[in-house]
Design a protein around this ligand. Structure first.
Ligand code: ZN
Length: 420
């Protein structure tokens, strides 16, 4: 006689005690009925064979030596089962060695599926989120857990990005209608603030994530900074909720930290040049990319990532490089081969030597954007009179139905014709 039988007898005795008022005769009938019921379902029972055995209290698994697993795992016919300290097969939720598992009514461990609101991974584990916070991926969807262990819902900002968590806590993907505006959440749940392809057409989403149905788009771009006036410009942009693009240099190392400020505020960052020394950088392709890489390092140090956007000093149509015949043709080709996108402009502010008068710059900006559906404006954030003009230009443009966007890999490049 194995231990198993004694255990059963003990358990049955307990049951008799708790239902003491019920006569043993009635109970015997109930028990018999229950045994018949349990015998009618899989797994089949054969008191002489090795394998599954059952009674009214549950199932156990008898080995050939008469022993049975208890407080342990056993794999049977490809499924995992767990047996409790009395040797009974476990069903439902069970915490084992600090990890929650779910066992189907058949006793087989569930894996890689939803059990109500909980997802058990491929190993069968549901990781307790109480006490741990942040993003969790389950069943191919992202969830965000608050400090109290509850799942966040609604709009959620994380780092530079916005997410929308549906009522079940999962991050929304695809089109989202909210407050009369359309938003598009990418496959990771991030709100798109760029051109998007939804499988059938391209759409432009504003820097606030809203679908822009018209074409009056302005890309403000600032070269040669960051410098002494950049923080003031950032304040103006921030006050108006406008995102811009900065093609940066290392001309003022004491302001390099502003590259990180620009990036964190949601502006686009591109390489301009480290030295801005035309004679040096356009002397050879190697010299150009060497200077370029130095600036990439500065950007990486300030933002934590490299950029694949840049603007040539003087633009791709510059003639200042003509001392080295064909260098711009070679560099523009190499840029594409290296996976970089360069941007020129189609609207001049006039702050590159034409004027130092902010009212003239403002006039240039207003006239320039009227002639383009998408304007890429060349400005320099190292000129205080440019900042003055931009401060007046932005409210005028917003009042006249224009939308400001930062440049991206999908936006207009406004390429010039290479002339060298
Ligand atoms: Zn420049």
């Amino acid at each position: 006689m194995c231990l198993r039988r004694q255990t059963i007898r003990k358990m049955n005795n307990k049951r008799f005690k708790t239902v003491g008022k019920v006569s043993s005769k009635i109970l015997a009938v109930i028990m018999t009925f229950a045994i018949v019921l349990s015998l009618s379902v899989e797994p089949s029972i054969d008191s002489n064979a090795v394998g599954w055995k059952g009674n009214t209290s549950g199932w156990w698994y008898e080995e050939s030596d008469g022993s049975y697993p208890s407080e342990s795992w056993k794999q049977i016919d490809g499924s995992w089962y767990y047996f409790d300290s009395a040797g009974y097969m476990v069903t439902g939720w069970r915490k084992i060695s600090g990890v929650y598992y779910y066992f189907e009514s058949s006793g087989a461990m569930a894996a890689d599926k939803w059990i109500g609101d909980y997802y058990v991974d491929a190993s069968g584990a549901w990781t307790e989120t109480a006490g741990s916070t942040g993003w969790v991926m389950r069943g191919g969807k992202w969830y965000f857990y608050n400090e109290d262990g509850s799942a966040a819902t609604g709009w959620k900002k994380s780092g530079r990005d916005w997410y929308y968590l549906d009522a079940d806590g999962s991050a929304h993907t695809g089109w989202l209608s909210d407050g009369g505006d359309w938003y598009y959440m990418d496959s990771d749940g991030k709100m798109s603030i760029d051109w998007i392809w939804d499988g059938s057409a391209w759409y432009l989403m504003s820097s606030e994530g809203k679908w822009i149905s018209d074409n009056k788009i302005i890309y403000l771009t600032f070269d040669d900074g960051p410098g002494p006036y950049t923080q003031r410009l950032l304040n103006i942009l921030d006050k108006n909720g406008v995102k811009a693009t900065f093609f940066v240099t290392a001309a003022y190392p004491e302001y390099s930290y502003l590259i990180g400020t620009e990036y964190n505020a949601g502006h686009s960052i591109g390489v301009h040049t480290y030295t801005h020394n035309y004679q040096k950088i356009y002397s050879s392709e190697a010299a150009y990319w060497s200077d370029f890489e130095r600036m990439e390092s500065v950007i990486q140090a300030q933002t934590g990532s490299r950029t694949n956007m840049f603007r040539f000093p003087g633009g791709s149509s510059n003639l200042v490089s003509s001392f080295n015949s064909g260098v711009m043709t070679r560099l523009t080709t190499q840029a594409t081969q290296k996976g970089y996108t360069y941007y020129d402009w189609n609207v001049l502010s006039g702050d590159a030597g034409d004027t130092t008068d902010s009212s003239k710059i403002l006039e240039n900006l207003k006239n320039g954007v009227k002639t383009h559906n998408e304007s890429v404006i060349l400005c320099h954030d190292i000129k205080d009179y440019t900042i003055d003009a931009v401060e007046d230009f932005i409210p005028w443009a917003l009042a006249n139905g224009y939308t400001f966007q930062p440049l991206s890999e999908n936006s207009i490049t406004a390429h010039h014709t290479v002339q060298n």
